[in-house]
Structure formats: structure tokens, C-alpha cells
Design a protein around this ligand. Structure first.
Ligand code: PMP
Length: 359
């Protein structure tokens, strides 16, 4: 049976990438070593990390005055690293759009000399929309404005990036980096855990505008952006194999035509599923139409019991990991770049069948 993996992360990787990694697993380019066995200071690995950065720069059209860091600790560590690096003795503004924003806010609140302020929230409607951000909400002296471009659990997404004037926007882009065609120059910092659209877990990508690198050194070297940038992400041993896998994913994406091409594919995939949900008498989407995510699509039946039955029956058809996050229930289909259109068709067909049986 063909399995379609709707996991929210770690998530499906492109088949050709896994194949290539398999081919090179025991002997990387005639070295008779696996990438896993190589010194991170070897010339072969230096080339891998340099290629990974070059490809990411091309794919995201990252301007020259931004640094790319390959770090560890997940997006979650960045929740603390950001205020520590950027907002000491300053104000840090946040938009609260759901579970991941909340975690970012909670981490910043723990830092004593940072004043954390939530300037907008969609909590009033259970995080089913993106609140409007107007200039009058933004304190001009703030160190940054933090947004979560795509809420992986709630399935809401910024279609447009707000204008914060001179206050840099810092974005958790974990679940839609390289899926949407955002302009890097709209942001001061972008960060993302790799395990959805980039590669295996263990790697965190940070893209930071050079002038935002901290002046003073931090008490914890591993959290220090300037130190990490000056060391070219080699202050300690970086997650070498994950970086290698990311490089292969970037090559795959570039061969497909890059972000504009994959965005079109993503729109088609998500479009097909949203259409099926919207015309269904059984399924519905909890999310405001304009703010729907392309990469994470939550949906529900009419009862939690029926949701359970659907998830169970879908799994038997090879439609795996459709269970919604434990905090919200229902179903969630994650449709990252590597998820194939044929899997969405199979899901939509199965939804129709299930509907007939339970209508
Ligand atoms: N932010 C978002 C939007 C996420 O989806 C996730 C992971 N699901 C995280 C942060 C946390 O990432 P990590 O597990 O890499 O710390």
C-alpha cells in the first residue's frame, strides 16, 4: 500500500532526496566516508555547508546584508535567543496568533530585562484569524515585532507581512519557510526549525540582518548570534548530516523551479483540499478563509467521535498522521513542499467516500 504522510513535522521528505542520501550514505563522493563520519572542519564538509548556504540564498533571494546561520536547539531555542540578543533593556512586541506565538511570548517573558508586549491577538476567536496590525499599535522604540508567519497547529497564515516602519519584524517561519514567496527584506530576522520544509530535525536556520547582530557578547556563547555568525555556524560541531540533507532538499527545490513554482503547486494542493472541505456537508474548516494556511489544513467533522473514526479509517487506506494536534483535536493535513498532489487527491476521494457512508 502506498503511504501518504500528512505529519506536521518531522515531515515527508522528497523521494529523490532520500534516494540520493541512500546512494551516498556509505561513500560520499569517493571519500569512502559517510557524511555522518566526517569532520565538520574537513574540506568536503566545508563545501557542503557553503553549498547549502548558497542554495538557500538563491532560493529565498536573501540580500547580501543578511547572514545565514545553521544552528541547533530547534525553533524553540530561538524563542529565548531572540530577546536575549535583540531586546536587552528594550521592548519586544508580539502578535499572538496561537500555540507557537504563545510559546515565543512565554519565553520572552521569562527574561527579566526585556519588556514583552502583546500588541494584537486572535485569542478572542480561538486563533482562527490573523489580526490586523496597524502602525498605531507599534511602539517606535521597540527592538522588534515578532510574528509567526504560519501557525502549524491552528492553520492560519500571514498572506501579507505587516508594515512595522523602522521596527524590524522577526518571524518564526518554521512551517512555511520556502513554501510562500515572502520577501526577506521585509524581515529583520527569520528563523525556522528544519523538520518541515528543509530536512531532518536537528537543524535550525536563522537569517538575520547584519545590523541586528548583537554588539555585546552574551553570557551563553551558543546563543550569541554574533559569535555564531563570526564562526560561520562552526562555533561548535554543527548538525552536519542535517545540513547535508538540507543541501539536497535545496537542490531538489531549485531543480523544480524554486519557490515561485512550488508556491503554485502548494496553492493547487491546498486549494483542492479546501474546496472539498467547503463543499462538504460533513467536514468544515474552523479557519477564516482569507487567513488559511497552505501548509497546515485543520478540519473537523460534526463530532469528535466521528473525527476519530475518520482518522482510523483513513490510516487503513495509507493516509497517515491526519490526527489534529492534541490541543485542538479534529484532523490536520500538513501539505509541505514534498507532499505530493496525488496524496491530496487520495485524501479528497476518501473524504467523499466517508461522507457518503456517514451522511
Ligand atoms: N514554531 C512553529 C511554527 C512550529 O511549528 C514549531 C514546531 N512544530 C516550533 C516553533 C517548535 O519547533 P522546534 O520543535 O524545532 O523547537
Amino acid at each position: 500500500m502506498v503511504v501518504y504522510n500528512f505529519s506536521a513535522g518531522p515531515a515527508v521528505l522528497p523521494g529523490p532526496v532520500l534516494k540520493k542520501a541512500q546512494e551516498e550514505l556509505l561513500d560520499y563522493q569517493g571519500s569512502e566516508m559517510s557524511v555522518m563520519e566526517m569532520s565538520h572542519r574537513s574540506s568536503l564538509f566545508e563545501e557542503i555547508i557553503a553549498d547549502a548556504e548558497k542554495l538557500l540564498r538563491e532560493l529565498m533571494e536573501i540580500p547580501k546584508n543578511y547572514r545565514v546561520l545553521f544552528l541547533q536547539g530547534g525553533a524553540s531555542l530561538q524563542f529565548s535567543a531572540l530577546p536575549l540578543n535583540l531586546a536587552q533593556n528594550k521592548k519586544a512586541l508580539y502578535v499572538n496568533t496561537g500555540s507557537w506565538s504563545k510559546k515565543a511570548i512565554a519565553a520572552a517573558q521569562k527574561i527579566e530585562n526585556v519588556e514583552t508586549k502583546v500588541i494584537a491577538s486572535s485569542e478572542d476567536k480561538n486563533f482562527t484569524y490573523i489580526p490586523e496590525i496597524t502602525q498605531d499599535l507599534i511602539d517606535e522604540d521597540a527592538a522588534y515585532l515578532h510574528i509567526t508567519t504560519n501557525e502549524t497547529i491552528g492553520g492560519i497564515c500571514y498572506q501579507e507581512i505587516p508594515d512595522a516602519g523602522d521596527v524590524p519584524i522577526v518571524a518564526d517561519m518554521s512551517s512555511n519557510i520556502l513554501s510562500n514567496d515572502y520577501q526577506v527584506s521585509d524581515f529583520g530576522v527569520i528563523y525556522a526549525g528544519a523538520q518541515k520544509n528543509i530536512g531532518p530535525a536537528g537543524l535550525t536556520v536563522v537569517v538575520i540582518r547584519e545590523d541586528l547582530l548583537n554588539e555585546a557578547s552574551l553570557f551563553a556563547p551558543m546563543l550569541d548570534y554574533r559569535l555564531q555568525a563570526d564562526s560561520h555556524s562552526m562555533y561548535n560541531t554543527p548538525p552536519t548530516f542535517s545540513i547535508y540533507m538540507a543541501k539536497l532538499v535545496f537542490e531538489w527545490l531549485q531543480d523544480l523551479g524554486g519557490v515561485p513554482q512550488i508556491l503554485q503547486e502548494n496553492q493547487k494542493k491546498a486549494g483542492l483540499l479546501y474546496e472539498a472541505i467547503d463543499r462538504s456537508p460533513l467536514f468544515h474548516s474552523p479557519v477564516n478563509k482569507q487567513d488559511r494556511s497552505l501548509t497546515n489544513v485543520p478540519f473537523l467533522t460534526t463530532s469528535s467521535q466521528l473525527d476519530k473514526e475518520f482518522i482510523y479509517a483513513a490510516q487503513k487506506q495509507g493516509l497517515e498522521n491526519l490526527k489534529g494536534h492534541r490541543s485542538v483535536g479534529g484532523m490536520r493535513a500538513s501539505l509541505y513542499n514534498a507532499f505530493p498532489m496525488v496524496g491530496v487527491r487520495k485524501l479528497v476521494d476518501f473524504m467523499e467516500e466517508f461522507e457518503k457512508a456517514h451522511g
